[in-house]
Design a protein around this ligand. Structure first.
Ligand SMILES: Cc1cc2nc3c(=O)[nH]c(=O)nc-3n(C[C@H](O)[C@H](O)[C@H](O)COP(=O)(O)OP(=O)(O)OC[C@H]3O[C@@H](n4cnc5c(N)ncnc54)[C@H](O)[C@@H]3O)c2cc1C
Length: 443
């Protein structure tokens, strides 16, 4: 590897807070909301100019993991911050009613712009501050095991942000990585879940399009046999948004030339992946318009701002959630809430689903220890980069689990500061009591 030496420099301190949250996805939104509502001075740092993470920047526009089929009773099991956020999105007219997923659970689509506005209001309303357009680029350590400041690149130049406690909700464990926490990537064979570049289309004929969905696999097969199309994956998801003519498409699968999944922490792969994603979208749009009843007059409304990354680094924390925990609907004494989504593995060319048995209660608890990295004292890690095995991450990475982890991380940060202890020493009973007072359901 070749290098250039950078000159040493002093970096201006832009801001100080008790709690700094890196990343404004569902985990970061929830963490900032939770810490701020306990009265902690809280700053959320985000590289884009809006909140929502993959839910907005990657065009996901659909909440999974909020509902569970609890012995035949289909209900919302992720509460607390999720209640307030969904109410705010609904008040802006941006929330669809829940829809069925294979008759086994539910998900709920939303309007991306309403989510952005609702998330601003939610986080600011709790008393946190927001710093947009700030790309975190490193840390300064106070000692080997404690972070002193987060370094960010902004339009004003490089700046430092000091805090007593940090929450890494970057999705990629950026902060944990710079601070020296242990992490893993991929499954036992090093394979990551494949990313997807999402898009939305408009002017769909809703009734005819809905009637075509069951026939889509056959139509795709025929189109491939005809030689005009080559699709990257089966198991495509096409669904209406709030306006029935507007649909979202989760159909691409973005790989490197050697067939492996694009790694969102590799600069060159990530860049090339955007171009490959757009190539696949153009091809899929042509297919829809030419061959699928209901989509003949549809047009491409927008392509997400970035390739949707499902999995990169996961910290190796005090406890790693496993696939057995998800499929066995595990309970934990240090529960912070629940995951109610099955394993959803975006593997080469397909999507594999693995569900808990039909007679099970439909959710597993999430333990507080998932948020505790090894080797760094003043850090909590929440969201898709928390401590889970790769198969378990394919479940708890969805929005529901990320809201749960984020709310717990922000609440634990407050309790750690109040008691003058590291997050690892926070009293679990006290944490659970506060989460319940703030509306969370611990399962
Ligand atoms: C294509 C796709 C489809 C999906 N479909 C669904 C679905 O239908 N329903 C569902 O619930 N979930 C879905 N998911 C999963 C879900 O959206 C994500 O797993 C979830 O958003 C993760 O939340 P998070 O807060 O952990 O991280 P993210 O949502 O990834 O948010 C991380 C945030 O941190 C910011 N950030 C990262 N690094 C830095 C840095 N260095 N400096 C500054 N800011 C930084 C990012 O800009 C981002 O805003 C999907 C994911 C993908 C990719």
């Amino acid at each position: 590897m070749r290098h250039v030496a950078e000159p040493e420099r002093n970096t201006e301190i832009l801001s100080e807070a008790e709690v700094v949250v890196l990343g404004g996805g569902p985990a970061g939104i929830a963490a900032a909301w939770a810490a701020a509502r306990q009265g902690r001075s809280t700053l959320l740092v985000e590289r884009y100019g809006f909140l929502g993470g993959m839910g907005t920047a990657a065009g996901v526009t659909n909440f999974c993991g909020l509902h569970a089929n609890v012995h035949g009773d289909m209900r919302r099991v992720v509460r607390g911050v999720a209640d307030e956020l969904l109410d705010r999105i609904d008040a802006l007219g941006g929330l669809n009613p829940p829809h069925s997923i294979f008759g086994r659970t539910q998900a709920q689509a939303y309007d991306m712009s309403a989510y952005k506005c609702a998330a601003d209001e939610l986080v600011l309303g709790a008393g946190a501050r927001l710093l947009f357009h700030a790309l975190a680029a490193g840390v300064v350590m106070r000692d080997e095991r404690s972070i002193d400041a987060l370094l960010v690149e902004t339009r004003s130049g490089r700046r430092a942000i000091r805090a007593r406690l940090f929450v890494d909700a970057s999705g990629d464990a950026d902060l944990a990585n710079w601070a020296g926490a242990r992490w893993e990537k991929g499954d036992a064979g090093g394979r990551l879940l494949y990313p997807t570049l999402m898009f939305r289309l408009n002017n769909v004929d809703p009734a005819r399009a809905a009637a075509s969905l069951a026939d889509l696999p056959r139509l795709m097969q025929e189109a491939e046999a005809g030689g005009r199309h080559r699709f990257a994956r089966k198991g495509v998801i096409l669904r209406p948004q709030q306006h029935p003519q507007e649909w979202r498409a989760n159909v691409t699968q973005v790989k490197n030339e050697d067939g492996s999944a694009v790694d969102g922490t590799d600069a060159l792969q990530f860049s090339a992946g955007e171009i490959e994603g757009r190539r696949q979208i153009r091809d899929y749009m042509r297919f829809l318009r030419e061959r699928v009843p209901g989509f003949e007059a549809s047009y491409l409304l927008d392509i997400a701002a970035q390739l949707g990354i499902r999995e990169t680094r996961r910290i190796a924390g005090a406890y790693a959630l496993t696939a057995e925990d998800v499929l066995g609907c595990a309970s934990f004494a240090d529960s912070i809430g629940v995951n109610a989504w099955p394993l959803e593995r975006h593997v080469a060319g397909d999507v594999e689903w693995h569900w808990p048995p039909a007679e099970a209660r439909g959710y597993n608890q999430l333990p507080y220890r998932m948020l505790l990295p090894r080797g760094v004292r003043n850090l909590l890690v929440a969201g898709r980069c928390a401590s889970m095995t790769s198969p378990a991450q394919s479940a708890a990475r969805v929005s529901g689990g990320c809201f749960v982890m984020g709310q717990a991380a922000g609440t634990a940060a407050h309790l750690a500061l109040a008691a003058g202890v590291d997050p690892a020493a926070v009293g679990v009973a006290e944490l659970q009591a506060q989460l319940e007072r703030d509306g969370a359901w611990l399962g």
